[in-house]
Ligand binder design. Structure first.
Ligand code: ZN
Ligand code: ZN
Length: 247
């Protein structure tokens, strides 16, 4: 294997990084040796479940069903009523992925490892390229509390790398809802996001193939009600891409 000047530069900058900004893995406490890994070490990333595309997913919502390749189209049966067309994720929401997603809710930065996987998932998951990327919006109150929208951080990265424009303003969350808690069942989650979204600039979504992005997909009801609002305003298609997928 030949070593390129870029490899040498990366390894020099990683050495400087580990001296100047020593980062310990938030999961195991060992050193993180590469900036690309973010807040989790290489060994903990190795244990994460990142989808390769050869698993069996629900064709519509992307629920992970098994590690074997599908022989026929498979559906989970729980997403029939959802309004989006297809949802996919980079990997399972646990371990390194869960820690990294919690981190981007506090720091508006995507590690290059996650960024690269996100680009691959975006390219490989959908049949047709999107016209516009729309991040799942936060309520004005939440945006003020947090200072940024983590879904927009993800969307902005994809927009730059895939050369797809991002629209942060045409979809709004008009209802402020309490933070979803882990114990919330599907009914409670659904009630908290039903009718929470509105399209403020319908002309900009009409007939568009939209890629809705968020950090995590849990029950799918948030993405579904966003898609409902977008389709009511004439969106042709709404696909969903998230970093994590709760199982
Ligand atoms: Zn670790
Ligand atoms: Zn499904």
């Amino acid at each position: 294997m030949s070593i390129s000047p870029t490899d040498i530069l990366n390894s020099v900058s990683d050495s400087i990084f580990s001296v100047l900004y020593p980062q310990t893995c938030v999961l195991c406490g060992l050193a993180v040796n590469s900036r690309a890994d973010g807040i989790v070490c290489n060994d903990c990333w190795a244990k994460a479940k990142i989808f390769s595309g050869f698993e069996t997913f629900c064709l519509k919502c992307g629920a992970f069903l098994s590690d074997t390749e599908p022989v026929f189209d498979t559906f989970c049966g729980r997403c029939d009523e959802h309004f989006y067309d297809r949802a996919r994720a980079v990997g399972v929401y646990r371990g390194a992925m869960a820690a990294s997603i919690l981190h981007i809710k506090r720091t508006p930065h995507l590690s290059s490892r996650l960024a690269r996987w996100l680009e691959i998932a975006c390219r490989d998951s959908f049949d047709e390229p999107a016209d516009v990327i729309i991040p799942v919006p936060l309520s004005r109150r939440r945006l003020k509390e947090r200072g940024f929208n983590q879904a927009a951080v993800i969307g902005r990265h994809l927009s730059r790398r895939m050369s797809i424009p991002m629209d942060e303003h045409s979809l709004a969350r008009k209802v402020h809802t309490a933070v979803h808690r882990a114990g919330m069942d599907m009914k409670a989650r659904e009630a908290s996001v039903k009718n929470a979204f509105e399209v403020t600039r319908p002309k900009l979504v009409r007939d568009k193939n939209i890629l809705l992005v968020d950090d995590i997909l849990t029950s799918g009801s948030t993405a579904s009600y966003c898609a409902k609002a977008l389709k009511k305003s004439g969106a042709a298609r709404v696909n969903v891409l998230t970093l994590g997928r709760a199982v």
